[in-house]
Design a protein around this ligand. Sequence first.
Ligand code: NAP
Length: 284
Amino acid sequence: MDTDPKASVFDAVVAIDSGVDHLLQYSAVRPEDVRGLVHGAMYTRGPGDLKHTALFIGGSNVSDGEAIAAIARETLFDPFRISIMLDSNGANSTAAAAVLSATKHVALEGTQSLVLAATGAVGQRVCRILANGKSHVTVASRSLERSRECIDRLVASGIPSDRFTPLASTDAASLSKALAASQLVFGCGAAGARLLSAEQLAAAKELRVAIDLNAVPPMGIEGIDLMDKGVQRGERFDYGALGVGGLKMKIHKACIAALFESNHRFLDCQEMLAIGQEILNSAK
Ligand SMILES: NC(=O)c1ccc[n+]([C@@H]2O[C@H](COP(=O)([O-])OP(=O)(O)OC[C@H]3O[C@@H](n4cnc5c(N)ncnc54)[C@H](OP(=O)(O)O)[C@@H]3O)[C@@H](O)[C@H]2O)c1
């Protein structure tokens, strides 16, 4: 189920590459459509066979995806369950891959993180995973109001409010101060949006990891290359969008495969993070 007017080609191709035999795609799915669609999936097979059906929720807006996921979960009941994965705009798989890349270099607990353009699908999930890992997260947006709204949504998901600080990235002095105090910075801006200059990056002496998820030039964080994958520059390790993208694809595919192992899983960002961690552990 995709909340966009046209269901994602990318998600369809990845589903097939992950071993899905038959793909039924529904576009422009609204909350009022969900019960009927889920009934069609849950009542057509006996409980023992329901693990062969799964629901993927996509689309560009993660809040819309969350609303669809909530109704789908309410509609299911024992023993008529199907597994569900929520990955609107690849937000969960991308955020999990980005934060796991960072944790190769720094343990999250007790760190200061700065998430730039945190209000988008990916940024919100990066903030959530960081804060759940007990990093203190500065949630940056060009608008202080949108930053605060983003924090409200994160707190509503159950994370203590004292793990977040709002920031208007248009306030240069506040941005410099947040950067100077941070060990981790994540650029989660829209394609082609410049968020940080090379000078700003170079001045941030505490930084140990810098990750830019924008794949479209100019880079969101100037000085990070698209292909960077743990490239060390001084005390800092850098990742570009394609440097994170390989792990993101592994997580995405492993999560799709996991949907068909049982009929009762719900894969949101923390579950997908755990699957990503397993992938890293098995590669050691
Ligand atoms: N590497 C991968 O595997 C992978 C996978 C998926 C996505 N991505 C990339 O990850 C990034 C984030 O994805 P998303 O879907 O969350 O992005 P998005 O929703 O399109 O944009 C994220 C945020 O960028 C800010 N923004 C928009 N236009 C801007 C501009 N002109 N200048 C500065 N900031 C601007 C907005 O925040 P404010 O208005 O609050 O400032 C917006 O909420 C994108 O670049 C996407 O292509 C990478």
